[in-house]
Design a protein around this ligand. Sequence first.
Ligand SMILES: Nc1ncnc2c1ncn2[C@@H]1O[C@H](COP(=O)(O)OP(=O)(O)OP(=O)(O)O)[C@@H](O)[C@H]1O
Ligand SMILES: [Mg+2]
Length: 366
Amino acid sequence: MNYKDYTDQVSVFFDRKTELNALNEYLSFLKDNKPKKILLTGYRRTGKTYLIWKHFKELDKNKYTPIYIDCLTKSSWEEIFDDIYKKTIETYLLFKKDDKQILKQFLSNTIKDVYSFLKQVEISIGKENLGYLKIKLNNTKDIKTSEFINKTINALEEFTTKKKIKLVIALDEFQVIQKMPDLELMIAKLRSRLQVVKNIEFIFSGSKPSFFKEHMLYKSKPFFQQITVFEVEPFSKDIIEEIFIKYKLNKEKINKIYNFTKGIPDYVMKVLDYYDKLKNIDKAINSVLLNEKKSIEYILEILTDFQKSILKEIAKGKKYSEIKKEVNAEISSTIKYLINDGYIKRESVGKYSLIDPIMDRYLLDT
Ligand SMILES: Nc1ncnc2c1ncn2[C@@H]1O[C@H](COP(=O)(O)OP(=O)(O)OP(=O)(O)O)[C@@H](O)[C@H]1O
Ligand SMILES: [Mg+2]
């Protein structure tokens, strides 16, 4: 996805003033060449991606070049960093249309260097418009991953120094790294490279808060106290009121919306859309419910029957000991899995709740 594709999608935007201000303030660290590393985490659909896009839309593109990478489609670290390199050139050209000749020369040199460890590399650079850049990775078997990351970052530093620009790179859906090989080692390597990075700010973002805690943030983990963490939360009740008061809804109806959406921005915006069309809040809520059914079923599909039955008990409000008695089996590892994968959270001792209010309703109805 390119700059225009995603920034065009940001229109109505509520709240998040604190986050946007902080993200802007952090640019001064980048300016002074002591870039911050930032992590946005939060459960599904709380607005992490939207926040990044909004921040990028508002960036002063004369000073900062925004690079957005959706890691969901990537299956290796190489693919991620390969994309960063290409998008940097592409985005640079979008905002600065000058000196293509110099750029071309620079590229031919650095590409050879960055990709030199590959046995076979095919490089083609567009003649007229350097906006496209094709590099085929032919031999990915014995790539030294961390060496590739180092070289890519070196090349980006050289490029940004030469062009006097600063990069803000967002790696969204970064939790996909959990499936990549040498996870612990690579996180450690990345940390040590980023400790001395020039001209580049990294914003990591992803939807599995407990994964990031476990592998990056805990004491003894590489990014402990090395990264600024923002937990992107659902909208508060006050914000929901602010949004819906414009639609002349009374307190009772606003409460209904809050109870249904629990403030999750995606659901709130969908209710708003339907309300605009139907002018009836119950009908709007029902429409969202119907529409989300498929995606809830899709998410639940990957769970085992046992895991689903535990979720259902939690939706009913049952406590740990009650569930254990009910299913007559050991449930601690299942509970841990459901927490780690973002289905439930712990409310208090032995008490859990569903993260997604619509999933909660779905489980109660079926
Ligand atoms: N601040 C906001 N103002 C208005 N609408 C918002 C805001 N944040 C999110 N939304 C709405 O919620 C939808 C989902 O948000 P987004 O895709 O950013 O969530 P996410 O946290 O990235 O989810 P996931 O973890 O599934 O990737 C957006 O498409 C948008 O309609
Ligand atoms: Mg997202």
